[in-house]
Design a protein around this ligand. Structure first.
Ligand SMILES: Cc1ncc(COP(=O)(O)O)c(C=O)c1O
Length: 421
């Protein structure tokens, strides 16, 4: 394994530590009750979100959720005839346009809720949360800063909601972060600090700056339960979405989630939420770029966040900017030891081709970080994941972002694949 990783060759690694949920449960530091509490919090604050973003969220009453869309035959190539492939359209999630919305919004709401309860802006935990969409609340939050290290999309979700509530927001961005994400954040009124180094370095600076300031609330992507819990809510909501489409999940028809992985929070949360909600018939495969397989290396080496892809001679430089991370989250790596089924990597040269294919065949606007998930179904079948053996499976390719990608940025990726717009 190490040699293939060092050579930046695509690999598929089956997690030998995967356990049935009953055996894993006592070892998991995030409980299903905690995930349900996060879902309850998002429901409590939905009226506030609808008030802050009426154009995007009035129709759903402030619930931020995406559709499950069927993918055509093009996505099922290499699969047995009984398999079906769906797309989870988080790239079109309202307001923040990526998988980071649920986690980022939940983490911001945790900070806002605890400050508001302590200051009496919310009289109690069950109070009408629209009280936080007032001038008085905005003036109060303006005395507090939210800070975060981000490759782009997490910063956007925290920046957009944080600013809408009135917080000062500082986003520390790594070298890979795309210019359009920085510009969008600045126009929302956030301060963007650009770092020459990688993602871990940007987070370290943000963490150190916040440490001495009680009014600076650092949302730690490398170690945040509140982020993780927000992502996990997506998994909890899956049974309802699947049932609405008449899709069954059982040991005879397993569900396989294909999830792009950076630091691990988003895919880890979704994987655990889905496992709690659907049991052992819900599988999760994480996909990383060959230049930044941080979760794979953290789990395969057993060293979690002590493991760093730079030990493998890899650069961490990848077109998949959201996945350009040298070390996984320690919190998530530990949780995933017994939960994730497999991790796969995708060659750098394939990233533009995957984006172009998704556009041509499916009319989709995906960013490279999201398009990596498209390789999951065929790779999982080729590697003969044991739970899939001899059974028809439902695959969900989790499209984690790209809907807000500006035309020029999208065209630039397509051009790398030799395509015009
Ligand atoms: C589009 C996209 N997909 C996937 C991810 C991976 O999420 P995580 O870093 O929580 O693993 C990110 C992270 O920023 C992202 O922007």
């Amino acid at each position: 394994m190490r040699q293939a990783l060092e050579a930046a060759k695509p690999v598929f690694w089956k997690n030998p530590g995967r356990l049935p949920l009953d055996a894993a449960r006592s070892r998991l530091s995030v409980t299903s009750d905690a995930v349900r509490a996060a879902a309850d919090r998002l429901a409590r604050f939905a009226p506030l979100l609808a008030a802050l973003f009426p154009g995007a969220l009035a129709a759903t009453g402030g619930i931020i959720e995406s559709d499950l869309l069927p993918l055509g035959d093009w996505a099922a190539q290499g699969l047995p005839p009984g398999d079906s492939v769906w797309l989870k359209a988080d790239h079109l999630l309202p307001v923040a346009g990526s998988v980071k919305a649920r986690g980022g919004f939940h983490a911001v709401l945790c900070v806002a809720e605890s400050l508001a309860l302590a200051a009496g802006l919310l009289p109690g935990a069950e109070a009408d949360t629209r009280a936080l969409a007032t001038d008085a609340a905005r003036a109060f939050f303006a005395g507090h800063t939210l800070s975060v290290g981000s490759t782009g999309n997490l910063g956007l979700s925290i920046g957009i909601l944080g600013r809408a509530l009135g917080f000062a927001v500082t986003v520390h961005m790594s070298a890979e972060a795309k210019v359009w994400k920085k510009e969008m954040l600045r126009s929302a009124g956030a301060t963007v600090v650009e770092h020459a180094g990688d993602y871990a370095a940007a987070c370290a600076v943000a963490r150190a700056q916040a440490a001495h300031d009680p009014r600076n609330h650092f949302i730690d992507d490398e170690n945040s339960r509140d982020l993780f819990l927000g992502y996990a809510v997506a998994g909890l909501r899956l049974p309802g979405q699947l049932a609405a489409k008449g899709m069954e999940v059982s040991s005879d028809r397993p569900l396989c989630l294909h999830l792009p992985c950076g630091v691990g929070g988003a895919p880890g949360g979704i994987a655990l939420g889905a496992r709690y909600a659907l049991g052992d018939a819900a599988l999760a495969v994480f996909i990383e770029p060959t230049q930044a397989p941080c979760m794979l290396w953290g789990l395969a080496s057993g060293r979690r966040d002590d493991a760093d892809i730079r030990e493998l001679g890899l650069t961490g430089l990848t077109l998949a900017d959201g996945l350009a991370v040298p070390r996984p989250s320690g919190l998530v790596a530990k949780l995933m030891e017994h939960v994730v089924d497999a991790l796969a990597t995708v060659a750098e040269a394939d990233l533009p081709r995957l984006v172009a294919r998704a556009r041509q065949e499916g009319g989709l606007r995906l960013e490279p970080s999201a398009a990596v998930a498209l390789v999951g179904p065929a790779m999982s079948r080729a590697a003969e994941l044991p739970v899939l053996a001899g059974r028809p499976a439902t695959h969900i390719v989790w499209a984690t972002g790209g809907g807000m990608l500006p035309d020029d940025d999208f065209a630039a990726v397509l051009a790398l694949a030799g395509e015009g717009r």
